[in-house]
Design a protein around this ligand. Sequence first.
Ligand SMILES: *Cc1c(COP(=O)(O)O)cnc(C)c1O
Length: 383
Amino acid sequence: MAPLRVRPYSRQTWAEIDLSQIERNVRLIGEFVGPGVELMPIVKAGGYGHGAVPSADAAMRGGAKVLGVASLDEAKELYENAIDCDIAVLGFIEENFQDDAIRFNFIGNLYREEQIPILERQARKLGKKARVHIKIDTGMIRLGVPEEKAGAFIRRVLESQEIQLEGIFTHCPLSDDPENSFTVEQFERFMRIVSSLPDLPEKIKLHAANSAAILDFPQTHLDLVRPGILCYGHYPGDGVKREVEVSPALELKCQIIDLKTIQPGTGIGYGHLFSPKKEMLVAVIPIGYADGYNRLHSFGGEVLIRGRRCPIVGAVSMDFTMIGVPDDLEVEMQDVVTLIGSDENEEITVSELARKLSTIPYEIFCLLGDRVYREYLNEPGQD
Ligand SMILES: *Cc1c(COP(=O)(O)O)cnc(C)c1O
């Protein structure tokens, strides 16, 4: 299908998300970890900005049987949109809200002593079991049962009539560095805790691997892996082993909505941060920092027009950004401007943007605003 000249939404700022790419990435991760290992793709934060429900759907087509999110509301969003698989809330649920997790059959994250009697009371009241995975902190220093208490904690939960223990897990903060022995050490400590419980039922799933550990530390695959960023086609860091060849699913684009020729010395935008030394054609695009296009792009940011890199001129504002068009580039109103993605032989990757902003690709995705229309390619049933 030829691209539409005018998109079917008023603002002409959109993210193109190829769902078949998410499906393929998940399938490739599945092939890499092998048939004995379950996949729990992580679709928190609106599927890392790609849209939680469509991403969840694509991940299921790629072989996922359980999905991970960070909050109860995220889990409910999937449930309410008929995502038909197990959903694990790996983050925090305030205790007054935990009964909803039980009601909806979500898998909760259990890691504090005080949670146990509350869960038991809520489960009894609802006449249902509270499904949980226990998180052990082996070196993240975030959520998790401290290692020295983990054995007794697990035993206590195994005895509970109301709590159904389905998994035990940990998280690896340094797994994006294949040379760093910390991950191996923390993993061994995790395994020592679980193997100190000889009567642990077989069906309890052990898991530890995020995207980076999937790639760098295959011994951490255990019964289940939790790939996040990798499902969306990006590597969790520059140093990781690229054992799975994933491809990006998202491109960020908009159209030129105004063009003007300005004279030398004319200040552009708020604060007149930039003024050209000679006559310049300036293109206006409808995206700004409220859309997650960081204001720091005012200083050295670039976009692609007709396969060429063009500089951002002046300050990125809340709703708009101005682009300096090179003298020898012919542009027109409604030309597509690519902020993330490729155009002819040029490409702006999320990694490039992240490096420029001293951040990581994760943050760039998560900050993409709601005003950016999500245009899905290759949805099932769409031709
Ligand atoms: C977010 C998250 C993941 C996924 O991390 P990636 O680096 O994106 O693969 C895995 N496990 C937990 C507990 C998480 O919170």
